[in-house]
Design a binder for this molecule. Structure first.
Ligand code: NAP
Length: 533
C-alpha cells in the first residue's frame, strides 16, 4: 500500500506549533506520513532539539528533510554542517522514522561513516531511523537515471530510493512505473510538473512507497503536486491498486477539463476499478502519436480508454486507422472522434482499439427530446448550426444523419460551405440522403415573407464562453425570429446561462445549456469505458 505524505515547510522553531497543527490536519485528510522540510529551521543553533520536538509531537510518522540548494532546497548551512546536523537528528532521542539525504551527498566515506553510525540500532528493540536517498532534477530526466537507480539499490545504507524529475511529456511517467515495478527495495518514483500527475496518482498501482500531496492549494513543495483531498476524493487514491484500469482526457490545454471529475465520480458510483486522469498532449500529430502509442503499448499500465478533445479529434481517427483498429461508420464519415476504447487483450474479433464520437448521438438525443416536447419530429426539422468548427461538425453531422435539414451558419462563409459540402448527400440508413446547406447568420433574421424558419438553433462557437475570445457576445441577431416553439441549444457550458441563451429566452425560445451535451456525451463515453466486452 502506498502512503500519502504531506510536506510541511518549517522555517523556524516559532513555526513548530503551526507545523503540528498542519500535521494533524494532514492526518484528517488521509495522510499517513508527514515530511518536515526543515531547510530554514536548520540554521537555528538548537535545530536538532527543535526537530526532535517536532518529531515527538507529530501525530504522524515523520520524514525529515534538510534540503541543499543544489537539489531545490534552501538550507543555508555549509555542507558538512548540514550533514552533521542530519546525523545528529538521526541519533537524537526523538529520531524520525525516515531521514532524506540526497544520493549525491552520500558519496564521501566520511558521510557514510557518520550516517552508518547514526542509523545502526542501539539495541535489539531499537527501530532506528531509515535512510531515504533522493535524486531530484527540476529540468529533465537525469541522463544517468538508471545507473543511479542501480547504485542506490545496491547501497545497503539506503532503505528507500527516491527519484523525482521534471517530466517533459506524459511518457516520462511510464519509466517511473517501470522503475517501481522492478524495484528491489522500497522506492518512490515521481515525475514533477503538469505532465507528472499520473505518476503521483498511480503510485499504488505500481507499489510506490509513497506519494507527496499538499494539505491545501498552493502549499505544495514541488511542481505538479496535487492536494491530499484531490488524491483521495477525486482520484480515489485509496482504491487504486495493481488491477486498476487507467483512462484519461487527452487535449491541449487540459487543466480546466471537467472530464476527470465526471468520469472518476462515475467509476466510484459503479464501484468500477478505474481511474481517469488529465493527460496534456501538445497540439502536433507527432506528440499525439508518440504519447498515445506509448500509453497503449505499455502492458503494465492497463490503459483502457480516453476522451479526446481539441486539438486531437482528427488525430485519434488517424491513430486508430494506422493501428488497424475499428472506427464506426458514422465517425469515420464525420472525420473526428472523441472517444477511444482500448481492450487490453482485444475483443472476440481480435480488435484492440475502437474509436467513436459521442458528441453526435448526444446532440441528437437532446435535440430530439426537446423538439418532441414542441410536437416537432427531428426527422424533417430544419436546424441552424452556428459555427463551422469541430463541435459544429459533430452536431451538424449527427443531426443530418438523424434526418434533419441542417443550415451551417458561420462567420467565414467559405468554411460554412466546406462543411456543408462535406456533410451533404451521405446515404442514410433509410436510403435517403443527408441535407446540409451553407448559410450566414442573416438567415436567422426575421423577414416579413419568411417561410423557411428554423425549428431549432444550436450555437457551436466559443462566443459567450468564460475565458473565451468574447464572453459577453452572442451570435444571435437582435432581430432573430424565434418563438416558444423554437428550441435553442448552446454548446458552451461555462457559464450555464450564456448571452446567447439569455437573448433566445427573452424571445420565448425553449433553451438548453451546453452542460446537457457535455454530460450526455460523457455518459455515453463512461458506458463504453465500463462495458464488459
Ligand atoms: P473551433 O473548431 O475553433 O470552431 C470555432 C467556430 O466558432 C468557427 O466556426 C469560428 O468561425 C466560430 N467563431 C469563433 N469566434 C467567433 C466570433 N468571434 N464570431 C463568430 N464566430 C466565431 O471550436 P470548436 O471545437 O468547434 O468549439 C466551439 C465551442 O464548443 C467551444 O468554445 C466550447 O465552448 C464548445 N464545446 C462544447 C462541448 C460540449 O460537450 N458541450 C464540447 C466541446 C466544445 P470562423 O470559421 O469564422 O473562424
Amino acid at each position: 500500500m502506498s502512503l500519502i505524505c504531506v510536506p510541511i515547510v518549517v522555517e523556524a522553531s516559532a513555526e513548530i506549533p503551526l507545523a503540528l497543527e498542519r500535521a494533524t490536519r494532514a492526518r484528517v485528510l488521509g495522510a499517513r506520513m508527514v515530511e518536515f522540510r526543515c531547510d530554514g529551521l536548520a540554521s537555528e543553533p538548537d535545530a536538532a532539539e527543535a526537530i526532535g520536538r517536532l518529531v515527538k509531537e507529530s501525530p504522524l510518522p515523520a520524514l525529515v528533510t534538510i534540503r541543499s540548494g543544489d537539489e531545490g532546497g534552501t538550507c543555508a548551512l555549509e555542507e558538512n554542517a548540514r550533514l552533521a546536523l542530519l546525523a545528529k537528528v538521526a541519533r537524537g532521542e526523538h529520531a524520525p522514522r525516515l531521514l532524506d539525504i540526497e544520493f549525491a551527498s552520500l558519496a564521501p566515506d566520511l558521510v557514510r561513516g557518520l550516517l552508518s553510525a547514526a542509523l545502526t540500532p542501539k539495541n535489539a528493540d531499537d527501530a532506528p531511523t531509515r535512510l531515504v536517498a533522493s535524486v531530484h532534477d527540476f529540468q529533465q530526466r537525469p541522463s544517468d537515471l538508471m545507473r543511479r537507480v542501480a547504485a542506490m539499490q545496491d547501497e545497503p545504507l539506503i532503505s528507500v530510493v527516491k527519484l523525482a524529475w521534471l517530466a517533459r511529456s506524459v511518457r516520462d511517467n511510464l519509466e517511473a512505473f517501470d522503475i517501481l515495478a522492478t524495484r528491489t527495495k522500497p522506492t518512490i518514483a515521481l515525475c514533477m510538473g503538469p505532465y507528472g500527475l499520473m505518476s503521483r496518482v498511480l503510485a499504488p498501482k505500481f507499489g510506490g512507497f509513497l506519494t507527496f500531496a499538499s494539505d491545501a492549494e498552493g502549499t505544495g513543495t514541488a511542481p505538479g503536486q496535487p492536494t491530499a483531498r484531490e488524491l483521495r476524493d477525486l482520484y480515489r487514491f485509496d482504491s487504486v491498486g495493481p488491477a486498476t484500469r487507467v483512462f484519461g482526457v487527452i487535449g491541449w490545454p487540459i487543466e480546466h477539463s471537467r472530464s476527470p471529475a465526471f468520469h472518476n465520480a462515475r467509476f466510484a458510483e459503479a464501484h468500477y476499478d478505474g481511474v481517469y486522469l488529465p493527460l496534456p498532449v501538445p497540439a502536433a500529430w507527432e506528440h499525439f502519436k508518440a504519447t498515445l502509442g506509448a500509453l497503449v503499448d505499455h502492458e503494465r499500465l492497463d490503459f483502457s480508454g480516453a476522451s479526446v478533445t481539441i486539438p486531437h479529434k482528427e488525430h485519434l481517427l488517424r491513430f486508430v486507422q494506422e493501428r488497424g483498429g475499428t472506427i464506426d461508420d458514422d465517425t469515420a464519415w464525420l472525420g473526428a472522434a472523441n472517444t477511444l476504447v482500448v481492450h487490453p487483450h482485444g475483443t472476440p474479433d481480435g480488435q484492440r482499439l475502437f474509436a467513436t464520437n459521442t458528441d453526435m448521438p448526444a446532440a441528437v438525443e437532446i435535440l430530439r427530446a426537446a423538439l418532441d416536447t414542441r410536437g416537432v419530429k427531428l426527422e424533417g426539422a430544419r436546424v441552424a448550426v452556428i459555427g463551422a468548427g469541430g463541435v459544429a461538425r459533430a452536431v451538424a453531422g449527427g443531426l443530418a444523419l438523424a434526418g434533419a435539414t441542417v443550415g451551417v451558419l458561420n462567420r467565414t462563409q467559405e468554411r460554412a460551405e466546406q462543411l456543408a459540402t462535406a456533410l451533404n448527400g451521405r446515404t442514410r440508413a433509410d436510403g435517403s440522403k443527408t441535407r446540409v446547406v451553407a448559410g450566414t447568420l442573416d438567415d436567422l433574421r426575421a423577414r416579413p415573407t419568411q417561410r423557411e424558419f428554423f425549428h431549432a438553433i444550436v450555437q457551436c462557437t466559443p462566443l459567450g464562453m468564460e475565458g473565451g475570445p468574447d464572453p459577453s457576445a452572442s451570435p444571435l441577431p437582435l432581430d432573430a425570429q424565434l418563438s416558444d416553439a423554437t428550441v435553442v441549444m448552446d454548446t458552451v457550458y461555462t457559464p450555464r446561462e450564456t448571452p446567447f441563451l439569455r437573448a433566445a429566452r427573452a424571445k420565448g425560445a425553449l433553451c438548453i445549456g451546453g452542460q446537457a451535451m457535455f454530460l450526455r456525451q460523457a455518459e455515453l463515453q463512461s458506458a463504453l469505458f465500463m462495458k464488459r466486452w
